[in-house]
Ligand binder design. Structure first.
Ligand code: SAH
Ligand code: SF4
Ligand code: F3S
Length: 464
């Protein structure tokens, strides 16, 4: 069996596109093309779906033109994420015109949320499958190939796909979902409705999978969940700090990352565990959403800015070289100039290395949908621009201060802009560009680079 599985996935949060390109020549069945949108969990879910399909004899292809089935794994987090899928569906009509037997399916959060509405597009969409029903994808494709429309959108309290081997990219970095769903119910967020209740993968299975990833040659693993730090294996009494500790010990030469964590569950033990292990990366993504306590309360975030800053200070104390990133929502209902200013102030206090910044997008079913979306569009836009500008300035300043420092860099491959230059990633999750004219450094190597130059998004280094 020959596997050729490139996945071009950006590290994203929310509605940025990930084109999952998985190819396998195994199986004599029809060929399925999967395109992935949304968060990293969706990227891993596409790998899970590909694994399920392969087991059932389907081929998985990275060439849309050659496919018999096109599956879009979708995101609902903001309105523009869903609009993007609507546009893509229009585009897929061209493929359907060329091949009237082509099966088009919608997977993921939009399938869960818009179910009937998507089923209404009978002339194009044959399959609608929510995040907890991926085991049924082969059966639904079989039916669709026979001309029947099919839907599976039941949410589960137990499904973690822990017996499924995801069909992963041959790269150096692997995603590993350790929990699914979310019980936090932030008032703006669709995830608890599209992904259902929180549930964790059993501890021994996570350890088994991470060891397997190491044996397969992966150099880095990211533990995934909407809320990884509420991970709990009740039987074995293992929480996220303990899980991380055991993972670090099980694969001491592998880099370990995790995302996303919630400030409410950022325990002392978790911070101490990160500080204790060299192979747990010095990088934390801790979404704050707003700098205003009033807005945080309306968002049902369960923490105050005082608590958040106290956590950040403890993190910086225990992990001196840590890089921090966050998510910010601008223009939540009732947000005043003062609330907005508090967000800018918080950014100046924490000084994030990176941030994902969004305008508030009302989502039906959520609690805040009942609130009046009262911040005018132009004010939302202006505030978001101020947030982005400040963040770019801070990131540029931080990266400037990296000049002269030496970083251990995990080599990823040729840089996208210039083939003679290569790129890798620091343990703080920053991209470093370096010269590799003779091809001395290979994907997966760990090298040391001195940083000579930088922008707000990238470091430039020379290998020592
Ligand atoms: N579970 C993660 C992330 C969930 S979605 C967490 O809690 O951190 C990723 C980000 O999208 C969120 O952190 C939030 O900043 C943003 N987001 C979620 N719903 C949104 C909405 N309705 N409008 C704008 N941004 C939203
Ligand atoms: Fe959404 Fe909040 Fe859950 Fe994150 S913690 S997925 S923002 S409900
Ligand atoms: Fe989007 Fe669903 Fe992830 S809404 S952000 S794909 S959990």
């Amino acid at each position: 069996m020959q596997l050729d599985i490139p996945i071009l996935s950006k590290r994203t949060n929310g509605d940025i596109e990930n084109h999952t390109k998985i190819t396998t020549s195994s199986g004599n069945g029809k060929k399925v093309y999967i395109e992935t949108y949304g968060c990293q969990m969706n990227v891993n879910d596409s790998e899970i779906v590909a694994g399920i399909l392969q087991k059932s004899g389907y081929g998985v292809t990275d060439r849309i033109e050659n496919s018999d089935v096109i599956l879009l794994n979708t995101c609902s987090v903001r309105d523009n994420a869903e609009q993007k899928i609507d546009k893509r569906l229009q585009h897929l009509r061209h493929y359907r015109k060329k091949n009237s037997k082509l099966v088009v399916g919608i997977l993921g959060c939009m399938a869960e949320r818009l179910r009937g509405q998507l089923m209404g597009k009978q002339d194009l969409v044959s399959i609608v499958v929510g995040p907890d029903e991926y085991r049924r994808v082969p059966e639904l494709i079989d039916q669709a190939l026979g001309g029947e429309q099919g839907i599976a959108v039941k949410l589960s309290r137990v499904e973690t796909y822990d017996d499924i081997i995801p069909l992963r990219t041959e790269g150096i970095s692997a995603w590993l979902s350790i929990m699914r769903g979310c019980d936090k119910f932030c008032t703006y967020c669709v995830v608890p409705y599209t992904r259902g209740r929180e549930r964790s993968k059993p501890f021994d299975i996570v350890i088994k999978e991470i060891v397997q990833l190491h044996e397969q040659g992966f150099k880095e693993v990211t533990l995934l969940g909407q809320n990884v730090n509420s991970y709990i294996d009740m039987d074995k009494k293992v929480d996220f700090a303990k899980l991380l500790d055991e993972c670090a010990k099980a694969v001491p030469t592998m880099r370990i990352r995790y995302t996303t964590s919630h400030p409410y569950d950022m325990t002392d033990e978790l911070i101490e565990t990160m500080a204790k292990h060299k192979n747990i990366c010095n990088y934390i993504h801790l979404p704050v959403q707003s700098g205003s306590d009033k807005i945080l309360k309306l968002m049902n975030r369960h923490y105050t800015i005082e608590h958040y800053i106290e956590r950040m200070n403890l993190i910086k104390k225990h992990i001196p070289n840590v890089a921090l990133s966050t998510d910010i929502i601008s223009g939540f209902p009732t947000e005043t100039e003062e609330d907005h200013q508090q967000t800018l102030d918080l950014m100046k206090i924490v000084r994030y290395d990176g941030a994902y910044m969004f305008n508030y997008s009302p989502r039906s079913k959520t609690k805040s949908y009942m609130m009046v979306d009262d911040v005018p569009e132009d004010v939302k836009k202006r505030r978001l621009n101020e947030i982005i500008e400040l963040q770019n300035q801070i990131a540029a300043e931080i990266n400037l201060s990296e000049r002269g420092l030496i970083h251990e860099v995990l080599v990823e491959g040729p840089s996208k802009k210039n083939k003679l230059q290569w790129q890798g990633r620091t343990d703080t999750n920053k991209v470093v560009i370096f010269d590799n004219p003779e091809g001395n450094y290979k994907t997966g190597d760990l090298i040391n680079c001195t940083i000579n130059n930088s922008t707000s998004a990238t470091l430039f280094g020379s290998v020592i």
